[in-house]
Design a protein around this ligand. Structure first.
Ligand SMILES: *Cc1c(COP(=O)(O)O)cnc(C)c1O
Length: 428
């Protein structure tokens, strides 16, 4: 049996413990939802105030040059690149994940338009916005979206036939926390003649990603989850350099032009990933995102050449292993089942539990106690889920113990049955 003392001992030995001091976390909150909205970096309020008062207020239009507003998407993109196995100049921070997905999927489909291939393959369990964007793009561009079940990619009858134009996957499933082997899946897609589009929403800042080593084609990801960029923070987009000069950007705004300030009447795309930009960038939001990125990059100092993510990954796995062990030891017989893969190579930075009854209410009862996780509704294929994200930057082992202690109490006392926990809110 694992004890509270064991957890405290793990915290005492944790080299990353000091990273927590980078954040403002409300007193009494155990935050297990960094996979939905990362916590506030301490540096962000002052930095955003400075951008508003000095760069906007005093610098005014001059700040596009004097405060380097103009190259923010590329400069922040270079920081993201360090976390996802990409090189400088390959990533831009801009727009939302949904919009970036539209852009990269359009580009991939354009590359395949003369191939005779008509299918875009994705998983039924993918995040809905990804499926909605793919659905409308397929309709507009004459492709068909084919949805497969989780696990079908690994099956003996490959879905990767010579009809597949693009394989569009989310690397870590938002609901189950299951992770794909990006390198192997990309190789299989390429062997079948398909291009790959990877959504890194639950990967960037959460698990090591090796885009170039995996030879992926296109990727996008989210700024406000594990990257702590703030609500609605700009997202990012990456394209492999072999496509960089060629791909078509459907939202051909002036910020993606090779020379926007020439004000010429015809669009001429910027040579590299810069063409992913569309219009004028949200400078204040980008300033918040940079504070978030810096909190993750701070882990680089603990792991030198291997980058921030190797150090964070080791702790993330230790936290999720501990949570799983404690739930299994202390909540046995309470009807909880582990949904997230046990195998490290297949697990993201979250743990999902299912329960036939009361998943929503249990999460609400935990939130009332300050243990913030979330709930995701099931469907005919999948049970309701209690979802707990583990961000190694600001969570410790005693936090895991305390979270499970609250879960034990909520279940053993039947507290979750109270009416107040069974009324649904608009945002779950
Ligand atoms: C969170 C998430 C998104 C969010 O998209 P927005 O455009 O930021 O709303 C998209 N895809 C996946 C897989 C996600 O997990």
């Amino acid at each position: 049996m694992t004890t509270l003392e064991d957890c405290r001992a793990l915290d005492a030995q944790d080299p990353l413990r000091a990273l927590r001091d980078q954040f403002l976390i409300p007193e009494g909150v155990l935050y297990l939802d960094g996979n939905s909205l990362g916590v506030l970096p301490k540096a962000a309020p002052a930095r955003i105030a400075e951008v508003v008062a000095k760069e906007w207020g005093e610098g005014l239009i001059r700040s596009w040059n004097t405060a380097s507003w103009f190259d923010l998407p590329q400069r922040l993109g270079d920081k993201v690149a360090r976390l996802i196995g990409a090189a400088p100049g390959e990533v831009v921070c801009t727009d939302s994940t949904s919009v970036n997905l539209y852009k990269v999927l359009f580009a991939a489909l354009s590359q395949q338009k003369d191939s005779g291939r008509k299918l875009v393959v994705s998983e039924r369990s993918n995040f809905p916005t990804d499926l909605y964007i793919a659905e409308s793009l397929c309709r507009e561009r004459g492709f068909t979206l084919k949805l497969i079940e989780a696990g079908e990619l690994q099956g003996p009858d490959s879905v990767l036939t010579d009809e597949v134009a693009v394989l569009m996957l989310t690397h870590v499933n938002y609901r189950t926390g299951a992770m794909h082997d990006m390198k192997a899946v990309t190789a299989a897609a390429h062997a079948a003649g398909a291009l790959t589009v990877w959504d890194l929403a639950h990967s960037a800042g959460a698990v090591p990603v090796a885009l170039n080593e995996s030879n992926a084609d296109y990727a996008i990801g989210c700024g406000y989850k594990y990257l702590n960029g703030g609500p609605g923070a700009p997202a990012f987009a990456w394209v492999h350099t072999r496509h960089a000069g060629k791909f078509e950007q459907p939202l051909s705004g002036w910020w993606g032009h090779a020379a926007p300030f020439e004000f010429t009447p015809h669009y001429r795309p910027a040579p590299g990933v810069g063409r992913y930009l569309c219009g004028t960038q949200p400078v204040i939001a980008l300033a918040g995102l940079e504070c978030g990125l810096d909190t993750v990059l701070a882990a680089e100092s603990f792991n030198g050449a291997n980058g921030a993510m190797a150090a964070l990954r080791a702790k993330s796995l230790a936290l999720t292993d501990l949570f799983i062990a404690l739930v299994e030891e202390r909540c046995a017989g309470q009807g909880l089942a582990l949904v997230t893969p046990r195998e490290h190579a297949r697990r993201g930075s979250q743990v999902c539990l299912s329960r036939d009854e009361g998943a929503y209410a249990i999460v609400q009862a935990l939130i009332a106690r300050g243990v913030i996780g979330d709930y995701r509704a099931g469907d005919s294929q999948m049970p309701d889920i209690l979802r707990f994200g583990f961000t190694p930057l600001y969570l410790g082992f005693e936090d895991v113990w305390n979270s499970v202690e609250h879960l034990v109490q909520v279940l053993e006392t039947g507290e979750w049955r109270r009416a107040e926990f069974n009324r649904k809110n608009a945002v779950t």
